[in-house]
Design a protein around this ligand. Sequence first.
Ligand code: C5P
Length: 238
Amino acid sequence: MMKADLLYEGKAKRVYQAKDKPGQLVLAYKNDATAFNGEKKASFTGKGQLNNDISSLIFPILHDKNIQTHFIERLSETEQLVHQTEIIPLEVVVRNLATGSITKRLGIEERTVFNPPIIELFYKDDALGDPLINDEHALFLSDVTSSELQEIKEKALEINEQLTAVFKEIDVELVDFKLEFGRLASGCIVLADEISPDTCRLWDSTTHEKLDKDVFRQGTGDLLEVYQEIYRRLEAKS
Ligand code: C5P
């Protein structure tokens, strides 16, 4: 057993101190799905494993492209070992195609292509409902300098390029996604959290079928089935 104390429980994961490994954490993926800031909730047996497996395939691909992340290794069906970071309270969203909140907020037509991609920052605060913020808010609300904020945005765009290519190979369009970054003890900022169908919008390139959490948000499909489809395609390619 590699886990010691439970440090934090979020909506989708539990975070434990790794036993006898200072500076390392165990992330345990839960089966819970939430949407609309926790208003809609359900549990899907096997979801935690699928997200752990999908994230555990994607992080090493980013490492191969020289993108630093907190990921160390997959430990078990639902757990992974990561470097401890201090999470920067920003949700960094990258959008390639218009859908979701931006279409409603700005009246942009569904599927409008964003070239260059649009980056949006949201303040990670459940009580406030994760509001959209600008750069000045981000500098005020989080412990980052303006050059670090610039670095975070550049990393987000680089990750977008790499992930878009990865998903293109499995006939999936990367529509948009959310990233979180964390600061290592060394001060370095690295990609943290997860990359999974919970945090990305993934559409089949040919049929435009939704293969992500929108099937749960909108009640239009079987969450486990579409997550399995993403895992199956990524696995077959790796
Ligand atoms: O809802 P919205 O259109 O702003 O979501 C943009 C992207 O960020 C989507 O891929 C969504 O899955 C992701 N997201 C997330 N966690 C949130 C909010 C959005 O992973 N709390």
